[in-house]
Write a protein that binds this ligand. Structure first.
Ligand code: COA
Length: 286
């Protein structure tokens, strides 16, 4: 099987270290070499089928950095739909993104030890990010991965490249039968957004409130607050309990002081009329 160059003649990358690295996709001929490298880099054991898949199934973006015909680094990623990602990662995207939204998972990234800190992993990751942010990949909204919580080199690497910590995953890995904690990291692309946190909700409602309040003239403050309060109540009380008033309902005169007649329905006092009739609440459009 022919191993395909990523971008033809433009595939020689000049790294800061002056290494001339060639990028190409993995192919089935690479299986043994990839297996040897991954065993060197990662403390987890992958099944044979995993190596077969990443070296020959086109659904994987499996890119290798080649120096003197040898693999010196590789990145493997897979695009999935949001609706089919694992439970522990299900909250990567905001709820507003439908289940067919795509996300890219980085299964593997490694560089041969003697070629580290020369920009090879950055080159591989940049190639993946540019592949996912150009052409027809605009439906991919996030790139995510898992890393051992103790792998500080990799964590620093990702954090310096716009990945944000997402979840802490206790006992996520089993390393030589020992449970080890993991972390998930996410980079948002193509307009992807994380779910809202409590702080986001507070900020949102705070800014909505301040926009509403800024529209109120100082002299109208108490009326306006009363009006908004009524509107809020009318929004939560079922329509059958709401009185459809024939009054003009302008609510702007400042006279809606709750005289108990129930005629204007604009009482801001919220007190019952004394006649036993239920309090009428009226909707005003602000
Ligand atoms: C994590 C890993 C992939 C990084 O690979 P790498 O090729 O060393 O990464 P890079 O060279 O692109 O970047 C590493 C650092 O070297 C720096 N660097 C790059 N070129 C440099 C140069 N010429 N001179 C000095 N520093 C350089 C980068 O700025 C970067 O520092 P930073 O992270 O503080 O920003 C590598 O350590 C590795 O293979 N680890 C084992 C496997 C692993 O843990 N993979 C991650 C699993 S999720």
């Amino acid at each position: 099987m022919k191993c395909i160059s990523k971008t033809g003649s433009a595939s020689i990358a000049d790294l800061r270290s002056n290494l001339s690295v060639h990028l190409r996709f993995l192919c089935s001929d690479d299986l043994a070499e990839v297996k040897r490298l991954c065993r060197d880099w990662f403390p987890v054991e992958y099944p044979e089928s995993w190596y077969e898949e990443i070296t020959s199934n086109a659904k994987f973006f499996s890119l290798a950095a080649i120096l003197d015909r040898k693999i010196v680094g590789l990145i493997v990623s897979e695009v999935k739909v949001k609706g089919r990602i694992h439970k522990e990662d299900a909250d990567i995207l905001a709820l507003s993104f439908p289940s067919h939204t795509q996300v890219a998972y980085i299964l593997s990234l490694g560089v041969v030890e003697r070629y580290r800190r020369q920009g090879i992993a950055t080159l591989l990751l940049d190639s993946l990010v540019s592949y996912l942010t150009s052409g027809d990949k605009s439906n991919v909204k996030a790139i995510y991965l898992h890393v051992l919580a103790s792998n500080t080199t990799a964590i620093k690497f990702y954090e310096h490249r716009n990945f944000k910590r997402h979840n802490y995953l206790p006992y996520y890995y089993s390393i030589q039968t020992q449970p080890k904690d993991g972390l998930s990291y996410v980079m948002y692309v193509n307009g992807g957004q994380p779910p809202w946190s409590l702080v986001d909700y507070i900020k949102h409602f705070g800014s909505q409130l301040s926009t509403q309040l800024s529209r109120i003239q100082p002299g109208q403050f108490s009326n306006a607050v009363a009006r908004r309060t009524r509107n809020w109540f009318s929004g939560i009380i079922p329509a059958r309990f709401q009185h459809s008033s024939s009054s003009n309902g302008s609510g702007s005169s400042g006279s809606g002081n709750g005289n108990g007649s129930g005629s204007n329905g604009a009482s801001s006092s919220g007190t019952a009329s004394g006649s036993g009739a239920s309090q009428s609440l009226q909707v005003h459009n602000l």
